[in-house]
Design a protein around this ligand. Sequence first.
Ligand code: X5A
Ligand code: ZN
Length: 660
Amino acid sequence: MESNGEIESSLSRSNGGEDRRVGLIFDERICKHYAPAEEDHPECPDRILAIWSLLNSSGLAKRCIILKAKDVEDNHLALVHTKKHISLIKSISSVNSESKRSRLAARFNSIYFSEGSTEAASLAAGSVIEAAEKVAKGELDSAFAIVRPPGHHAVEGEPMGFCLYNNVAIATSYLLNERRDLGINKILIVDWDVHHGNGTQKMFYKDPRVLFFSVHRYDSGTFYPSGHDGSYIMTGEDSGAGHNINVPWEHGRCGDADYLALWDNILIPVAKVFNPDMIIVSAGFDAAIGDPLGGCRITPHGYSIMLDKLMEFAGGKIVMALEGGYNLNSIATSAWACVDVLLHGKAPNVVSEAYPFASTWRVIQEVRRELSTYWPVLGGELPEKTINKTTQIAILSSDYEDKTEDIVLSVPEVPTIEDVIQPLSNLKIDLDSQVDQEANMKPSWRSELSKVDVWYASYGSNMKMSRFRCYIEGGQVEGMMRLCVGSMDKSKPKGIIWKTFPHRLFFARERTATWGPGGVAFLHPNSNVQEKTHLCLYKITLEQFNDVLLQENGLNLETSHPLFDSAALQTIQTEKSILVELVQRGWYHNVVYLGNEGDIPVLTMTCSLSDVDNFISGKFPINPPCKEYANTLITGLVEGEQLSEEEASAYIKEASSKPL
Ligand code: X5A
Ligand code: ZN
């Protein structure tokens, strides 16, 4: 039964292409700005170290152009700050005792100083200028300044909210006022930090050359920085009227669905009309899932979609500057997802089943109404069928009975760095691959294996097509706790069929990084006529099969040799199964040949026979699947029209309870 309609319509990302030129700025001297030891302050040096180290260990940093941090010049600071403010920040390095610095800092709202604050603040502001200038000149396509202290709360005359200089405002003003020669006449500032960018708003409130867009928690004016500056009624003044857009969330817990609804219904349509020459993102990651201050829940995948939607403007001239973000894992994985988008200019497709909150539609409608006099595209009511799609639960839906918005939700685990990168240390990278990577080339095995087709037969969560698509396109679906990078070849499967095979299905191991606690599905490598297991077969290339194998086993795609090459494909047809040496540590290191379909070999991946022995002896645990995982298998079977829901549940239940 061929049934690839869904895939037909939504798999689109084309493969290949070179990296864009993406600048990264990082400088350790910025770590000299830190809070007094006893304070345990969230705005800490580890923040930029966490981001920098993930970008490096994941292999993204080496695909970027690393720029030197720069000190800011006084006259550039003076574009947005008072003389008094500038001399205050410059004086901190010569205040010679901690208690004096603390007393000075206490005069401001949420500010600390250390001896190195002067230098760090100067490097942060100077680096955002540097990034913006290089992008404006066209020397880079995009850039990300991994800097701190953050900037968007800093106002003309004083530091505030962990911010010393307003880095983004300084760079914006520099381009618009000092570098008219570079032709950047209109700048869109997107402030997605969970806090309102009050400082930036003030600095460009009357300036029509800057469209300032801030989405933030507002909570009726009680959320930091509190007061009414972040209200949607603040739309700009004089010739800047309409050029200030605030989207004030009524509460926390907003996630991907809420932000995407906002992007699609306000930011993107307005940006099309404004037609900026450059976009600067005040990229705080404190609306990320797991942030201790924000209480929102954007996933790395969500950030990649948000950023991707901005790439269509200004020829992709995007400058990101770090603002807040206080969970080290969350900010590192979010930043990683963003740099990935900057590099290839395309985010993985959305595979999200969540809807926005009812309050999100309310806020979006209020903002649209308020601004529609300036931006006619925002006029007109949103269709009922759009705003009727709401959710009480942003991420998981099946486990909650409660239908009110205010229930306390259990938030899925924060993705860890290990969940997002495939540790390079697992791979024995040889010299070939180093050279390949330096030349930014795809290793030749990829083009070779892209010409060979196989049927990849899945009996686990990949039976659910939207989940399998994550392995091809990249992405994250309901219940998954991590982002998949996808195959290097994002093209859709050439066919889908279902078949049953005489092999035993069972569940073992204690937990997975993707699904959390509970066993995962395995297929007994040996056939047994008493058994009948449903498998969904996807016709993909041998290159894609390797990428699925790599991802299933938690490895990096940048490998110089395939795990399973054409020779292995020959051999397996007589040997029946092949243990893939490189992935001994993975759980699916055994590729099993299940016969031919047409003249194309059918392959699956599972554990080895010796693992089966260990499951039987009790050395490795046998475990039933967790609820989300089981639900994924069940919906896979139901959506694939193989079993009814009852039959599918019974089928999974039997496989997880019958002794091996
Ligand atoms: C940049 C930023 C937050 C300040 C919170 C003060 N500042 N309670 O995220
Ligand atoms: Zn913030």
